[in-house]
Design a protein around this ligand. Structure first.
Ligand code: EPU
Length: 354
């Protein structure tokens, strides 16, 4: 096992924030983590699991031991009456995995094309896009306990998926529903997906409906949906390879119908969606946009011109340094304050702040 020291993390986070890991170990298989746990010098250190680095804001050098997950592999594990059960190693690139499943003839993940990050990170925040969330296609996952090294399997119910939420985002011992929280306690090794044998496109999302009408293609294939999602994302979301970012920076807030009525009275144009349980989801991007933030900056941290929900690093390309995590968080707090003052809603950040 190689413990790498003083490792630059700028290439390992999609915001391209400059920071270093004091020590880093690459985890390519279960034995690599067992070796870390068996090492008396490492066993008691705090650890941080790093996947594609697409949902983190680094506000300084990382002191916990970074476990960089690079577990590879993808295969069909089983065919049931209704599903192809397909498995991927946690270190596989998410988008490449989605493209590969389609090429194999196993559709179902196409709406989630181009989401940055790794397969192993996808259940942590229950990634989702264009009407499909990971939980809709999830079968089970294997994870390792970061203390004992034991491997355990979780099904969807045990993962406690919610909107951009799962058991992996909660600490244990909190509220009763968080009693089994696994935040900081597990490393996801591989994930299995249940992809439907009888496939139907999921097209309800406004941007996709528009695309379908424009292309006059009422019965698209999974590959067409994949191509449309890629085109929509490329048109409105910055490519992290070019402009550093961590996707949506805030969650879309859910409010009561009364709160929504109050906001509509203040601004009838507010973009909102009624949920099945009567609550209302508001478009955080619209709230931020209507407070005038689109295109604004604090230092080298900015609000993306085409999607106000995305904060970007404006500097990384030009001077090699770019925004600091502090600048990103100052901008994020300023946005939270102005949205709160105007609409009475406190936006909740999506990425993990380190
Ligand atoms: N809007 C504005 N101004 C803006 C941005 C958005 O008015 O600057 C409006 C749009 O016109 C639209 C509405 O807000 O009417 C919603 O915008 P969009 O369709 O772009 O989706 P979103 O709610 O902002 C969510 C996810 C994205 C996902 C898209 C598509 C969250 C936090 N974000 O964004 O996920 O790709 O829907 O499904 O739920 C991510 O999590 O990193 C991510 C990119």
């Amino acid at each position: 096992m190689l413990v790498e020291k003083n490792i630059p993390l700028q290439p390992l986070n999609t915001f391209h924030i400059v920071a270093r890991a004091q020590s880093l170990v690459r985890i390519r298989c279960e034995a690599d983590l067992l070796a870390v746990l068996a090492d008396p010098q490492l066993a008691d250190t705090r650890m941080f699991v790093l996947g594609g680095g697409s949902n983190i804001v680094l506000t300084g050098d990382v002191k916990p031991l970074v476990l960089k997950v690079e577990i590879a592999g993808r295969r069909l594990v089983q065919t049931t009456d209704r599903h192809f059960i397909v498995e991927a190693g946690a270190g596989e690139n998410w988008h490449d995995f989605v493209a590969w499943t389609l090429a194999q003839g196993w559709p179902g993940l196409e709406n989630m094309a181009l989401i940055p990050g790794t397969v192993g990170a996808s259940p942590v925040q229950n990634v989702g896009a264009y009407g499909v969330e990971l939980q809709d296609r999830f079968e089970s996952l294997d994870a390792m306990d970061l203390q004992s090294g034991e491997v355990f399997t979780l099904n969807a119910a045990q993962c406690a998926f919610g909107y951009r939420d799962s058991v992996f985002k909660h600490s244990s011992g909190g509220a009763p529903h968080q009693a089994l929280g696994l935040k900081g306690r597990a490393l996801i090794v591989r994930v299995r997906f249940a992809l439907p044998k009888v496939w139907k496109p999921v097209l309800g999302y406004a941007d996709l409906e528009k695309k379908m009408a424009g292309e006059q293609c009422p019965t698209p294939t999974a590959q067409q949906v994949f191509d449309w999602v890629c085109a929509i994302r490329r048109a409105k979301l910055p490519d992290p390879a070019v402009i550093g970012n961590a996707g949506s920076f805030f969650k879309n807030p859910t409010v009561s119908p009364e709160q929504c009525a109050d906001i509509i009275a203040r601004d009838p144009k507010v973009v909102h969606y009624r949920l099945a349980d009567g609550a209302v989801k508001l478009a955080a991007g619209w709230l931020i946009d209507s407070c005038g933030w689109r295109g604004k900056s604090v230092g080298q941290a900015g609000v993306y011109e085409k999607q106000a929900l995305v904060l970007v690093n404006r500097g990384a390309g030009s001077n090699g340094l770019g925004a600091t995590g502090g600048e990103v968080m100052t901008l994020a707090r300023a946005i939270q304050t102005s949205v709160y003052e105007r609409f009475g809603i406190m936006l909740e950040p999506e990425p993990v702040v380190l």
